[in-house]
Design a protein around this ligand. Structure first.
Ligand code: FMN
Length: 208
């Protein structure tokens, strides 16, 4: 399969089979991530694999509460009740929660600080330019991982987690503060076959 074919074949998967995924496949996906380009070649990524059923359940209940808290005001303005909001998100998360593995991806601020700010992590996080360039590296890492998952027959998703839910992640896993939670990718066998939206190449070119 050419790289372009692999890119076109990848789809965001929101419904998973609970069928187990071999840990070697998970490592293969992470390996694709660590070969991504990174700012200053820092490779500032750290990964945590979550495949414990009970821990996963606990995480999703924290996530659901945080999303509802986050969306409450805007939903009320649109006339959506809290109960409906809760039920809608519960349904959406249920398909994703079924994925047997989640890869949590963190930005390791200490690695960035070692390279750019003489090890001073506060200086690094307060510098928008440096901080963003490290975060940008994580986007590229994630895209590599999404493509690798798809190429080996697994599904995944860029699964945005609200800021309100990101902060409790470090304490949930009992991790050091300098690991900044970026995103978690569900990994599992797809239980849906979404069709990609058509793209017409010339429509993406700037007219001159
Ligand atoms: C920055 C970013 C944030 C996203 N957040 C979510 C999300 O929170 N939930 C979700 O279901 N999909 C999310 N997606 C996936 C997009 O909805 C998806 O990529 C888009 O609809 C195109 O579908 P495809 O990935 O199958 O091509 C996100 C994608 C990106 C790049």
């Amino acid at each position: 399969m050419s790289i372009l074919e692999a890119i076109k074949n990848r789809r965001s998967i929101r419904k998973y089979k609970s069928e187990e995924v071999d840990l070697d496949m998970v490592y293969q996906i992470i390996e694709a991530g660590i070969w991504a380009p990174s700012s200053g070649n820092t490779m500032p990524f750290k990964f945590l694999i979550l495949n414990d059923l009970e821990k996963k359940r606990e995480f999703f209940s924290i996530l659901l509460e945080s999303i509802v808290r986050w969306k409450k005001n805007s939903a009320q303005k649109k006339g959506i009740s809290i109960t409906d909001l809760y039920e809608n998100y519960k349904k959406y998360l249920a398909g994703i929660e079924k994925a047997p593995v989640f890869i949590f991806i963190f930005l390791d601020i200490e690695i960035g600080a070692k390279k750019f700010t003489n090890g001073n992590t506060d200086q690094l996080t307060n510098n928008n330019y440096l901080h963003n360039s490290l975060r940008d590296s994580l986007f590229l890492c994630v895209e590599n991982m999404l493509l690798e998952a798809s190429a080996i027959g697994l599904g995944s998703l860029y699964f945005e987690i609200p800021r309100a839910a990101k902060t409790p992640v470090n304490s949930f896993f009992n991790l050091r503060k300098s690991l900044e939670f970026f995103i978690c990718l569900p990994i599992g066998f797809p239980d849906e076959k979404p069709i990609g939206k058509e793209r017409i190449l010339h429509e993406f070119l700037v007219e001159r």
